[in-house]
Design a protein around this ligand. Structure first.
Ligand code: F0G
Length: 461
């Protein structure tokens, strides 16, 4: 008689490794010198001086043998390439949408769609708009409006779907501003809100509200597979369904999607717009030709389209998704266990350390998040990104106004680091919380007029 083996508790990397890249190890003195030279801004530290790079999960995926293999047989024809046909088939199959417009990355898709649909003075609601989405909307003289649920703004609230839209506010907002809303959005998972998922039920509600008001609905779908697996794990009635079915149900609620394929496309470059109807198609394609390229490659090489066609299938593998969500959870639990507070529950692609809670002795105008970013690099060559007062703080009439939260993001590249890397990092951070008092704040010594976090320079206080 056969019996089902007990379920294992160890979740493994569901792959073996064929190509490797050595980690760069530097001495503490070299790292201190790198920090000094970079003005204590990790964006300005050369990548080859970084041991563990958690700056972003975007475009940093390790590709599979199947993806590299597909790239070798790509058809690089300018028009009507076989590789485009394959890519288009997969996108249609995964999303259920009928029309596919390739772009070189997510923000190109944003610029293209928004330039066709927006006129100055319009408003676009979402849970939270990502930075580039917001910037592309504002650049056209329009307003990007965030309507995420209240629990999504509280780092210690453990609600399962903190990326949800506040449906009551959404309905009210649509009623009040109907004439000025050319389309509505939802970001899955909600990156700006911590990579938090949005439930299928909430998306159904948002879709119904948008439909009731006659407003087209677009998903910012760059982490759609991670969102689908969260739905499977957390939403009542979804546990027996496949991530693929859940993804199909998700896309079925929208009129189209914007995709940065650098995340759940499992590729290093790529993106697309997909649409249910051909309503805006001709205008989008004309614009596409102007700046991205012919509609069958849109700013990409055919080999990129091949890699993406394979990646969109691989990302829906449930062993992969189980492992993927377990990595962020493992790292967050490990940090909590050594007294480093994180945003809870962890999102899909990143862990956010609450620097305000960890370093209460550093006031916002001395940038606790930036101080922690430097400390993580100093200790073990770990590169992270501050999302706090260094990014958003402002001095108005001589008074410093800090950001709402002081977060440090560890975004996890896909299929690149293993559990022992995390164990090593956690071991190295064991005495961080006990020695927190020794971490000093930072002061700004140079600040550019826009997007200052990329090029600002700091010095220790
Ligand atoms: N939408 C979301 C939700 C994103 O997270 C990003 C990029 C984009 C759109 C833009 O896509 O980079 O391909 O142009 N997020 C990266 C990050 C940069 O680090 O979170 P892109």
């Amino acid at each position: 008689m056969s019996t089902t083996p007990p379920r294992r508790t160890t979740i493994i990397e569901p792959f073996k490794i064929k190509v490797v890249e050595p980690l760069a190890f530097r001495t503490p003195d070299q790292r201190e010198e790198n920090l000094r030279r970079a003005g204590y801004n990790l964006f300005l530290v050369p990548a080859e001086e970084v041991t563990f790079d958690f700056l972003t999960d975007s475009g940093t995926t390790a590709m599979s043998a199947a993806q590299w293999g597909a790239m070798m047989i790509a058809d690089e024809s300018y028009a009507g390439s076989r590789s485009f046909a394959r890519f288009e088939r997969v996108v249609k199959d995964v999303t259920g949408f009928s029309y596919v417009i390739p772009t070189h990355q997510g923000r190109a898709a944003e610029r293209l769609l928004f330039s066709v649909l927006l006129q100055p003075g319009m408003k676009v609601p979402s849970n939270n708009h990502f930075d580039t989405t917001r910037a592309n909307i504002e650049q056209l003289g329009c307003e990007a409006v965030d309507l995420v649920v209240a629990e999504g703004r509280d780092p210690r609230n453990r609600a399962p779907f903190k990326g949800n839209l506040d449906l009551e506010r959404l309905d009210r907002f649509c009623t009040e501003h109907r004439e000025r809303i050319p389309f509505g959005m939802a970001t899955i998972t909600n990156n700006t809100g911590g990579g938090q998922p949005v439930s299928l039920e909430n998306l159904r509600g948002a879709s119904a509200i948008y439909r009731k008001h006659g407003i087209p609905f677009f998903l910012d779908a760059c982490r759609f597979a991670e969102n689908s697996y969260f739905v499977k794990l957390r939403e009542p009635g979804q546990s027996e369904r496949s991530a693929r079915e859940i993804a199909r149900d998700t896309f079925a609620l929208a009129d189209g999607c914007l995709m940065s394929a650098k995340k759940d496309g499992l590729v290093n470059i790529g993106g697309f717009i997909a649409l249910r109807e051909d309503r805006w198609l001709d205008r989008l394609r004309s614009q596409l030709i102007l700046t991205e390229g012919f509609p069958t490659y849109g700013g990409l090489a055919a080999r990129d389209l091949e890699a993406l066609a394979v990646g969109l299938e691989e990302v829906l593998d449930e062993r992969y998704l189980e492992y993927r969500l377990a990595t962020a959870r493992y790292l967050a639990e490990g940090l909590e266990a050594i007294g480093i507070p994180t945003m809870q529950p962890p999102g899909g692609h990143a862990v956010y350390i609450d620097a305000k809670a960890l370093l209460p002795h550093i006031p916002p105008h001395e940038f606790p998040g930036q101080a922690l970013v430097c400390e993580l690099y100093r200790r073990d060559g770990i590169r992270t990104c501050e999302i706090g007062s260094a990014m958003f703080g402002k001095t108005v009439d001589g008074v410093f106004r800090g950001a709402a939260m002081e977060l440090v993001r560890l975004a996890i590249p896909r299929r690149s680091y293993t559990q022992s890397h995390f164990d090593y990092i956690l071991e190295g951070l064991t005495d961080l919380a006990p020695k927190r008092e020794s971490i000093r704040g930072m002061k700004l010594v140079f600040e550019p007029p826009y997007l200052r976090h990329f090029t600002a320079r700091f010095a220790p206080v």
